[in-house]
Design a protein around this ligand. Structure first.
Ligand code: PEP
Length: 251
């Protein structure tokens, strides 16, 4: 059985000292958790301090974004090698907020996934349809394009390292969650897409997380679905007590 992943995306919240407080509380409350892979993704400015706090614990560090080149004259951008250097093992790529506000498209997401892997990081590649796309009934087509476009050209060995986060945009930060069955059905669709692109074994080895208003109250029913391998949590990861309850969903 795959180890469930619970990843917290802190988005553009928390100063360095607030990040350190939150990380310290999580170290205290989650240090005994062994059966869940716990990842936190603070803002870039907090990474170098948070990395010290979680050193030698079971909590792993992720970046919320990276650039698609490893170094160069790219003023203001941050290389995957730099986030690796600061202690990250993961990087979120193609989050819907970046697709929406920074116009990130599938070819760019694909470049970022590739560079992330080359830098020795695990990409958490976000995919998901908007409310309009769901209402039009084209949600599977959209997710198909996100998955195939984002993974274009990856070898079998590479794709096994990618974590996919299915995040229906209409459920992010809105309090609306996809029902566990809606999520299960899209995760199955993603798994079938991977199976066609690669094979069944590869498809089964890729971890597919659900994201979109995950809370202590709904995590258990989402995780009860066989195709849901974990969660990417935004708002509820900003409070130690709610993130702790999500991570400890099995208790
Ligand atoms: C996210 O930021 O990826 C997310 C799913 O946010 P929220 O949990 O707040 O919906």
């Amino acid at each position: 059985m795959k180890k469930p992943i619970i990843a917290g995306n802190w988005k553009m919240y928390n100063t360095i000292s607030q990040s350190c407080d939150l990380a310290s509380q999580l170290v205290e409350s989650l240090s005994l958790v062994k059966d869940v892979e716990v990842i936190i993704c603070p803002p870039f400015t907090s990474l170098s301090e948070v990395t010290k706090i979680i050193k030698n614990t079971n909590i792993r560090l992720g970046a919320q974004n990276i650039y698609f080149e490893k170094e160069g004259a790219y003023t203001g951008e941050i290389s995957p090698l730099m986030v690796k250097d600061v202690g990250c093992d993961y990087a979120i790529v193609g989050h819907s907020e970046r697709r929406k506000y920074i116009n990130e498209d599938n070819p760019l997401v694909n470049l970022k996934v590739r560079t992330t892997l080359e830098a020795g990081l695990y990409p958490i590649m976000c995919v998901g349809e908007s409310l309009e796309e769901r209402e039009k009934g084209v949600h599977e087509e959209i997710v198909y394009i996100h998955v195939t476009g984002g993974l274009l050209g990856l070898s079998e060995e590479e794709v096994k390292k990618v974590i996919i986060a299915y995040e229906p945009v209409w459920a992010i930060g809105t309090g609306k969650t996809a029902t566990p069955l809606d999520a299960q059905s899209m995760h199955k669709f993603i798994r079938n897409t991977l199976s066609k692109m690669y094979n069944e074994d590869i498809a089964n080895s890729v971890r597919i997380l659900y994201g979109g208003s995950v809370k202590p109250e709904n995590i258990k029913s989402l995780m009860a679905e066989s195709e849901i391998d974990g969660a990417l949590v935004g708002g509820a990861s900003l409070t130690a007590s709610s993130f702790e309850r999500i991570v400890k969903f099995m208790e």
